[in-house]
Design a protein around this ligand. Structure first.
Ligand code: UDP
Ligand code: MG
Length: 336
């Protein structure tokens, strides 16, 4: 039996040491991206700490990632950190964007659970307690899903449409109306750290990981101060990262178009040749040859693009270097 046991002992990625003793309170980390939130950040921290104070059974750490703010947010964060030893500030050298800021925060988080939320109070701190409750009840990943949201009509409509289209074409099951407000348990956070691709769509990566996922519904509030840091340009980039990162539909469309063009070209060729053979009076001289060559080449080019595209797609997924698989647990005879 001993040799059997030896055989099934396969290497499991090294776990980070627990930050708290086995019997001590569990640590909950908050990952908080900040970009030019000078007018709201202090109020945010007050509300967050007031909310977490109602759950003294946990330890907390608050990891603010200053994403190259240019408005004095850093000074406020410094001050907050001076007065609260649970606060850590990761200060970026420039603005890298929301998704990278979250990634850096995750890299620094040591908690048994990690909560990612916005710092403009659109994600209400009290909802994070519901995420914690679901985690305590056994969920490994808990996503906060918007039941309603106070944003411009344009933003609501485009977001609603986008998530539904993405859901249809993505290869993984990306939940609708869900941003990056969620809780990950220690294992899930650790696995998410293994995704190092540069164009990041974190909600897609989380969805692709599996684990026991749970949803909590909430009403998304209005921004307390300032305005959205997601202008059209950044929104479109994120939307494109979602589609190209988790779907090969655009590629498949090229291939399909190639087949359709080639099929139509064949019909056109038959038509042109028939016309030339049986109704020579109708055609201008040289027309048939031109039509045949043009249609055939056009179709062939489309199809070749599709073939090249599918290789590019494979290269793309190779360079993403995503984990091949995620093992939740290895079950063996002498497990404790
Ligand atoms: N944010 C960031 N870097 C950016 C843009 C935004 O860290 O380049 C942060 C921002 O401070 C906020 C969160 O990401 O905490 C969400 O941004 P915002 O509220 O502007 O987006 P919206 O809620 O309008 O979609
Ligand atoms: Mg916001």
């Amino acid at each position: 039996a001993d040799t059997m046991r030896q055989q099934v002992r396969i290497p499991v990625p090294q776990q980070q040491p627990r930050s708290t003793g086995a019997d001590g309170p569990q640590l909950v980390s908050y990952v908080l991206p900040v970009y030019n939130e000078v007018d709201g950040i202090r109020r945010f921290h007050e509300e967050l700490t007031a909310t977490t104070a109602t759950r003294p059974e946990f330890d907390y750490e608050f990891i603010y990632v200053n994403d190259g703010s240019s408005d004095g947010s850093l000074e406020v964060l410094r001050d907050i950190a001076k007065n609260d030893p649970r606060v850590r500030v990761v200060d970026f050298a420039r603005n890298y964007g929301h998704q990278i800021a979250i990634t850096a925060g995750l890299d620094h988080a040591r908690g048994d659970a990690v909560i990612v939320m916005d710092t403009d109070l659109q994600d209400p701190p009290k909802v994070s307690l519901e995420l914690i409750d679901a985690w305590v009840a056994g969920a490994e990943i808990v996503s906060a899903r918007r039941r309603t949201r106070q944003d411009t009509r344009f933003k609501r409509a485009t977001a609603a449409g986008y998530y539904r289209v993405l859901r249809r074409c993505a290869e993984v099951d990306i939940p609708v109306d869900t941003g990056d407000f969620r809780l990950l348990n220690r294992r899930a956070a650790e696995e998410l750290r293994g995704f190092r691709e540069r164009s990041r769509f974190i909600r897609g990566m989380v969805a692709s990981m599996g684990f026991k996922q749970h949803e909590v519904l909430f009403d998304r509030d209005e921004r307390v101060a300032g305005e959205t840091k997601y202008p059209m340009r950044k929104m479109l980039r994120l939307a494109a990262d979602g589609v190209t990162g988790f779907s090969t539909v655009p590629l498949k469309m090229i291939t399909r178009m190639g087949f359709i063009t080639l099929g139509l070209a064949l019909l056109g060729i038959i038509y042109a040749v028939t016309l030339r053979l049986f109704f020579p009076a109708v055609t201008v001289s040289g027309w048939t040859m031109l039509m045949v060559a043009m249609l055939f080449l056009g179709g062939l080019q489309m199809l070749s693009l599709g073939v090249i595209g599918s290789y590019v797609g494979r290269i793309y997924s190779e360079v993403q270097q995503r984990p091949l698989y995620i093992v939740r647990d290895v079950i063996r005879h002498d497990a404790d």
